[in-house]
Design a protein around this ligand. Structure first.
Ligand code: SF4
Length: 319
């Protein structure tokens, strides 16, 4: 049964009660909880591992002792965990938690791009794709390792999708490689919201602030940033920089986390509407229900799973 998205903020007491239920269920079901940095803090707090797509796929690959993995993230992340840990039961607390970007690069788009540009050009897809699309790609990448994956392919041209901005980030670092976007305009609706104007407004108040941005942001945001990197990279920069005020162009969950973990610095969300509603479909209530009712299980046809796994494992080999 699907729990409705929460309308009211839970009290601290309710959070503690549900968190305790989750801990008990986790033990009973021998489960592990993986959560993305874009989750609400109470969901991150109950997780065994928190990370970005790359970190969490590495954890999923190496899970030994647990029987069940509950993924607090969006659908493609839970699929990746299932592909890398096929013998485990992988659950997502709300199956509606999808990533709009992941649907922008279908297997048909990959096929058409191959026909247009040449069958021998390697297809590199961001992990933000469905298992079906991964299954027709040569290799996957994450925002942490995209430039190194493309570089190590040693090809003069690559077909790269779905995120055009991540493709431009790769292109900038590898000027000798032609990075062809598939589709032409793939993007993240959340990272597209950042604007130069909004960042300049923050700079008026904090002229010495550093700007850090995720490579899913538009190129003009990447160009004005002091650092561009994955959520883990942004976290590391936030810890290590001498700057006291840091303007952050990525999803709100990471900014909340940074402010809590590093209270002596001020992390400012570059645009207050940068909230991924899909990530936020996971709540501690539906996380509890997911464990209790063992719902919603990720099922992928074996043939797709095997082909997608090859593309993901190639990413680990190339890095
Ligand atoms: S932040 Fe963007 S890319 Fe990430 S899950 Fe949400 S919509 Fe997808």
């Amino acid at each position: 049964m699907l729990t409705k998205s929460k309308k009211f903020k839970l009290s601290q007491k309710e959070i503690e009660r549900i968190s305790n239920e989750i801990l008990n269920l986790k033990k009973e079901k021998n489960a592990i909880i993986l959560a993305h940095y874009y989750q609400e803090l109470e969901v991150q707090d109950i997780a065994d591992k928190i990370g970005d797509s790359l970190g969490l796929s590495q954890v999923a690959k190496d899970v030994q002792d647990a029987d069940t993995i509950v993924f607090a993230g969006v659908h493609f992340m839970a699929e990746t965990a299932k592909i890398l840990s096929p013998s485990k039961k992988v659950l997502i607390p709300d199956p509606r938690a999808g990533c709009p970007m992941a649907n922008q690069c279908t297997p048909d788009i990959v096929k058409a791009a191959r026909e247009q540009h040449g069958e021998d050009i390697p297809v590199v897809v961001y992990v933000n794709t469905t298992a079906e699309t991964k299954a027709v790609a040569y290799v996957t990448c994450t925002s942490s390792n995209a430039p190194i994956v493309v570089k190590n392919l040693g090809s003069k041209k690559v077909l790269f999708g779905p995120d055009r901005n991540l493709g431009l980030f790769v292109q900038k670092q590898l000027p000798d490689v032609e990075v062809i976007p598939i589709p032409e305009d793939g993007h993240c609706i959340v990272h597209k919201r950042f604007s130069v104007e909004a960042i300049n407004e923050h700079l008026k108040r904090y002229p010495d602030a550093h700007i850090i941005a995720h490579p899913e942001c538009n190129i003009e945001i990447q160009e004005m940033a002091d650092f561009v990197g994955s959520t883990s990279g942004l976290r590391k920069y936030g810890r290590e920089t001498d700057a006291k005020v840091i303007i952050v162009a990525t999803e709100k969950g990471l900014v909340d986390r940074l402010n809590r973990d590093i209270p002596e610095k001020n992390f400012i969300l570059a645009k207050d509407t940068a909230i991924c509603r899909n990530m936020k479909k996971i709540t501690i209530e539906n996380l509890r229900d997911s464990l209790l009712y063992e719902q919603y299980e990720i099922i992928i046809p074996k043939e797709i799973q095997d082909k997608a796994k090859k593309a993901i494992l190639r990413m680990f080999e190339l890095t």
